[in-house]
Design a protein. Structure first.
Length: 340
């Protein structure tokens, strides 16, 4: 059945039916419901290829997953994709997802999304200092939005989780609990959110009367293996062992717990730990991990929403999400540690 025949059967204009089926505005809720219900009953599906040829639009959004994502099993990207999918559910857009294995591969995949697959817009996360993706997209006039702020000169839409709050509030909390030797086991130094976490951490130490220059800071991959490697390196440092550490995310905290156990130590008994992201795994760790919320699915939904507004001709304001602490058993006061 062709669109004009389907529209005639409903007694509606072809344009009205097309807008109703494709999620475009300008159609009343009652009409949209009637059209979609009848399409479902008759098994009618719009001719997507024909529509693309007529309009010159692909109705696709490219989603670039950046390294190191460890495949599609990384909880960060799974949650982010869930949010994006929710935002696009009632629109004509479909997301095309590609996962880069290196920064060089990242640019190749980005070029393929734009130049070969013809996506109408791009979403990406894990923004970096001097991020090459931004000028590349801007030079081609491709709409995009990012999960993460950047230091780019030209403004662009972004949603970010304020990791400066994580760093600052974690340092203040640990200092208030008596800890004087506090470390930051951070994610990769090039990541913008890593820089924000470090700046907040140092500020929190300063306002708590501690010297940020004396606090160990190590950078590793945002993975369990990265957290394990960072904790091993911290334990191998000369001098008194830190009594507390903030981890760049919950996966790193899980790896850090494993490194502590291999050294005959235990999180929550020999060292206080705080994570970030408040992933469901936090309640299953031993001890349960104190963490900061980082609603990545919500951020993905908001990020896609910003891009949709850009595609509609708007220039939306950036959005900053403030995390909150979820206290559990992994970061006791200094007085409760075995070494105290």
């Amino acid at each position: 059945m062709k669109l004009r025949d389907f529209a005639a059967a409903l007694g509606l204009a072809t344009g009205t039916v097309s807008r109703a089926l494709n999620g475009y505005p300008g159609v009343g809720a009652e009409t949209r419901t009637r059209v979609t219900a009848e399409a479902e009953r008759l098994g009618y599906r719009p001719d997507r290829v024909g529509r693309m040829l007529r309009t010159g639009r692909s109705e696709t959004i490219g989603v670039l997953l950046s390294p190191p994502q460890g495949g599609f099993n990384n909880p960060f990207f799974v949650d982010w994709l869930e949010g994006i999918d929710g935002a696009l559910a009632d629109t004509p857009f479909t997301m095309l997802v590609t996962a880069a294995r290196s920064t060089e591969d990242e640019m190749r995949r980005l070029a393929r999304l734009v130049d070969v697959l013809g996506v109408e817009g791009v979403l990406f996360a894990r923004t970096r200092h001097d991020d090459l993706r931004l000028p590349w997209l801007q030079s081609r006039g491709v709409p995009f939005a990012t999960l993460g702020r950047t230091d780019a000169a030209r403004p662009h839409p972004w949603v970010d989780i304020d990791h400066a709050v994580v760093g600052r509030e974690a340092a203040i909390r640990l200092a208030a609990r008596g800890h004087r030797r506090v470390a930051l086991l951070n994610t990769a130094e090039a990541m913008m959110y890593s820089r924000h976490a470090l700046a907040g951490f140092r500020e929190g130490l300063r306002v708590s009367g501690l010297d940020p220059a004396k606090a160990p800071v190590l950078h590793e991959a945002p993975t369990e293996a990265g957290g394990e490697a960072a904790m091993r390196a911290l334990l191998d440092r000369p001098g008194p062992r830190p009594t507390a550490a903030l981890l760049g995310n919950d996966l790193m905290a899980a790896g850090a717990m494993r490194a502590l156990a291999a050294a005959g130590l235990r999180a929550g008994s020999d060292m206080a730990l705080i994570g970030c992201n408040d992933h469901p795994m936090c309640t299953m760790l031993d001890p349960p991990l104190t963490s900061f919320t980082a609603p990545v699915a919500h951020a993905g939904e908001r990020c896609a929403g910003l891009l949709l507004r850009v595609l509609a001709g708007d220039m939306p304001e950036p959005e900053l999400i403030v995390p909150r602490l979820v206290a559990r058993a992994s970061d006791p006061p200094l007085s409760e540690l075995r070494a105290a």
